[in-house]
Design a protein around this ligand. Structure first.
Ligand code: FES
Length: 212
C-alpha cells in the first residue's frame, strides 16, 4: 500500500459494513471518520455519532480525493458532528425539517442572492434549498467574507422571521439554512455548495460531480 492509499483507522471495523473489495477500484472513495473531522470548529447543536471505518491519508485528502460521508444517524434539525472535511475544508451536512424547507421556499428573509445567481454551487443546487434533496443541505463551512467558520444557530438566527441558519462570529454575517447570506452583511456570497452525489439514501460523496 502506498502512502497515498487510505489507511485503516479502526482495524476492529475491518469486517464492518463497508466492504473495500466491493468498491470501484479505479476510483478512490473514502468513508470519512471521526479522526478526519475538522478540529476546533465550533458548532451549536447535538453531537451526532456516525458510522466511520475509513479515513483517507492526509496526503490523499490534500490532493482532493472524493470523501464519503455517512449521515445515517442524522435527525431533522441537526448538523453532522464531528464536522467532516474535504480538501481541508469543513463540510456542513444539515438535515432540514419540513418547516425549514417551507421557510426556504418562501424566502422570508432579505437575502443578498436569493436565487443563487452567483456561481457558488453546482447547477443542480441552484434552487431555494440549494440542494438536490430538500431535507439534506451540504455546504462548505467557510464564511465567504474572510474565511471564518460559521456556527449553526437552529432557531432565531434571523430574529424577525424566527428562522435558523448559520452565524459567523467574526463579523456577524448571517446565512439561512440553505447557506444564503442575508442582505447587508459583510459576506459577499452564499456559502459554497461542494460538488457531490448521493451514493445511497444516507451516504454522500463529496468531490464527485453529479446529482444522483
Ligand atoms: S469572516 Fe464571516 S463575517 Fe467576516
Amino acid at each position: 500500500m502506498s502512502s497515498d492509499d487510505a489507511s485503516l483507522e479502526n482495524p476492529a471495523a475491518e469486517a464492518g459494513s463497508y466492504d473495500q473489495n466491493n468498491s470501484n477500484k479505479s476510483r478512490r472513495y473514502f468513508l470519512i471518520g471521526a479522526t478526519a473531522a475538522v478540529a476546533g470548529v465550533g458548532v451549536v447543536g447535538a453531537a451526532v455519532p456516525f458510522l466511520s471505518y475509513w479515513s483517507p491519508s492526509a496526503k490523499a485528502r490534500a490532493a482532493g480525493a472524493p470523501v464519503k460521508i455517512d449521515f445515517s444517524k442524522l435527525l431533522p434539525g441537526e448538523m453532522l458532528s464531528p464536522i467532516p472535511a474535504w480538501r481541508g475544508k469543513p463540510i456542513f451536512v444539515v438535515y432540514r425539517d419540513e418547516a425549514t424547507i417551507a421557510e426556504l421556499n418562501e424566502q422570508p428573509n432579505d437575502l443578498a442572492d436569493p436565487d443563487s445567481v452567483s456561481p457558488m454551487q453546482p447547477d443542480y443546487a441552484q434552487n431555494p434549498t440549494r440542494s438536490t434533496r430538500p431535507e439534506i443541505g451540504i455546504y462548505v463551512g467557510i464564511c465567504t467574507h474572510l474565511g471564518c467558520s460559521p456556527k449553526l444557530v437552529p432557531e432565531s438566527n434571523f430574529v424577525e422571521a424566527d428562522q435558523g441558519g448559520f452565524f459567523c462570529p467574526c463579523h456577524g454575517s448571517k446565512f439561512d439554512m440553505a447557506g444564503r447570506v442575508g442582505a447587508g452583511y459583510p459576506a459577499p456570497d452564499n456559502l459554497e455548495v461542494p460538488p457531490h452525489s448521493f451514493e445511497s439514501d444516507t451516504v454522500v460523496v463529496i468531490g464527485e460531480e453529479g446529482a444522483a
